[in-house]
Design a protein around this ligand. Structure first.
Ligand SMILES: Cc1cc2nc3c(=O)[nH]c(=O)nc-3n(C[C@H](O)[C@H](O)[C@H](O)COP(=O)(O)OP(=O)(O)OC[C@H]3O[C@@H](n4cnc5c(N)ncnc54)[C@H](O)[C@@H]3O)c2cc1C
Length: 473
């Protein structure tokens, strides 16, 4: 019997037949996320290059401890699958092994109406949590576009961000407490304390850790009252840079619009021409919400700034339409499905003093290669903003499409680091960006590695993600 046969038998013995599977259909389902190259592998190969050997569906924290025990005994890799909506190959089993499907750990455990927090198991899908909160007159306000498929654990493990982030921040601003099963099976818990100065903050080791330091089993998150009103304002700018100036001034004025989205000419046209955008220029959508008096004041302040920066007020309708369709993802994989087609979104960020130069460098890169670039700036901060670059390319065949895909990623990441930006604002690193992380983090990369070595010396948990050690060693 091979090592993996023994693992399979021992897992069945320990967890019961029902929770453990080695059926090819299950293994295929849980071995890929939404990374564009994973689609190409389906066409190109009989079996994808990375395939889990065993899929396990625990429904208790005790089950997870048992899986880790078997993994440690046979030194077999363990990968954690949340909702599978990741775009950077975070759940791809680089070393094969076991994949844990977290979907059965999906219970809501506590709603603290006084402190405004909710506690839930990490396999719950964000939309399900929001539906529950809405029934109780509360809301999450963490709205990534993948809201209907991403799990709480995945949102925390990738350090995700939502479309209303400019007011509420990323997931790191929501998480107050966590429960994590560490690689040795011990359980780590943090509680619902609003802030604490007991060291750097234990939660921070796991937010954005991409499953390499432990398996997140529970989260306690801040929640909000449903806002009294939501209002949109849209402006047209002749060029992207005047739009950026307007956003910077709004952000630094003290007004806090949750939604800030400035589209380049191409994306304004591609995304909005079918729903009433018949202008030439860059569309800016600002969304405000909360108590009416506050919204009135913020709208007034922002309107004055946008007009001063030569924005043309084009009403609220396009913003309202965007809001209605904000979770629509049906067009997203169209290019990957075409023979030789490839596209992806490279989400970077930089400070206000660097973003124009970075935008210019990235745009020039795509223009010189005649590759279509639709981009927007969103998730604004007082000190900078993120830039979301969507590229579309048509190549002669699938192999060439994969080659071009990696070349573009590596070139754009290099441009970003060389010009003072970050290679990931919110999708994480996964397998796609791993080669450049060291370049961005410098000595910080060794810190990540040191923590891993200490917590998981055999590199059992999610090898090949965030840090490059542990794959086929
Ligand atoms: C159409 C589309 C739109 C998107 N929009 C956004 C957006 O607006 N904002 C944004 O931030 N992202 C967005 N994403 C990316 C993706 O949805 C997020 O990264 C999301 O957080 C992934 O959650 P998931 O549950 O699907 O994680 P998965 O894809 O299952 O896993 C992602 C990573 O998290 C790890 N992980 C999952 N669960 C756990 C756990 N319980 N414990 C430890 N590690 C775990 C996995 O091992 C993997 O490394 C989008 C993706 C798509 C396809």
């Amino acid at each position: 019997m091979t090592n993996i046969d023994n693992v399979y038998l021992e897992l069945k013995e320990s967890l019961g037949d029902r929770k453990v599977s080695n059926k090819l259909s299950e293994r295929l389902c849980f071995s890929r996320d939404v990374t564009p190259v994973a689609y190409k592998w389906i066409d190109l190969y009989d079996k994808p290059p990375y395939l889990s050997d065993i899929v396990v569906k625990p429904d208790t924290v005790g089950d997870i401890q048992k899986i880790l025990k078997v993994g440690a005994k046979y030194k077999v890799s363990i990968n954690t699958y949340g909702g599978g909506s990741g775009t950077v190959g975070g759940i791809i089993p680089a070393n094969n092994g076991i994949t844990i499907d977290m979907s059965k750990l999906d219970k809501i455990l506590n709603l603290d109406k006084e402190s405004l927090t909710v506690e839930a198991e990490s396999g719950i899908i964000a939309q399900v949590l929001e539906d529950y909160l809405n029934k109780n007159n509360f809301t999450l306000r963490h709205f990534p576009q993948s809201f209907r498929s991403a799990s709480l654990g995945g949102l925390i493990a990738t350090k995700s961000i939502g479309q209303f982030s400019t007011k509420y921040g990323g997931i790191e601003n929501y998480v107050v407490g966590l429960e994590v099963v560490l690689p040795d099976g011990k359980i780590l818990k943090t509680s619902d304390i609003p802030r604490s100065s007991t060291g750097p903050g234990i939660n921070n080791f796991f937010i954005g850790s991409e499953g390499i330091y432990g398996i997140i089993t529970k989260g306690i998150l801040k929640i909000y009252h449903i806002p009294e009103c939501i209002r949109f304002q849209c402006y047209l700018f002749n060029d992207i840079y005047s739009g950026m100036d307007a956003i910077k001034e709004v952000m630094q004025s003290g007004a806090v619009p949750p939604v800030v989205r400035l589209y380049n000419k191409k994306e304004s046209e591609l995304k909005f021409s079918g729903i009433g955008f018949d202008y030439k220029g860059c569309l800016l959508i600002l969304g405000f919400e909360g108590i009416k008096e506050l919204v009135d004041a913020e709208c007034k302040i922002s309107n004055k700034i946008c007009l001063k920066k030569r924005g043309k007020d084009i009403g609220s309708e396009l913003g309202e339409k965007w809001y209605e369709n904000r979770f629509d993802t049906k067009h997203i994989m169209e290019k990957e499905e075409e023979f030789g087609g490839i596209s992806d979104a490279i989400e970077v960020a930089a400070s206000w003093s660097k973003i124009k130069n970075l935008h210019n460098k990235i745009e020039t890169y795509f223009n010189e290669r005649k590759i279509t670039l639709a981009s927007h700036l969103s998730h604004a901060y007082i000190n900078g903003i993120s830039l979301y670059n969507i590229f579309y390319s048509e190549e002669k065949d699938e192999e060439q499409a994969i080659k071009v895909f990696y070349n573009i990623w590596n070139d754009v990441m290099k441009i970003t680091i060389d010009n003072g930006g970050t290679i990931s604002h919110h999708h994480g690193i996964g397998m796609i960006k791993i080669g450049m992380l060291k370049k961005e983090l410098g000595e910080g990369y060794n810190l990540l590695k040191g923590i891993k070595k200490n917590l998981d010396p055999n590199y059992i948990l999610n090898p090949g993600k965030l840090i490059d050690k542990g794959v086929h060693e």
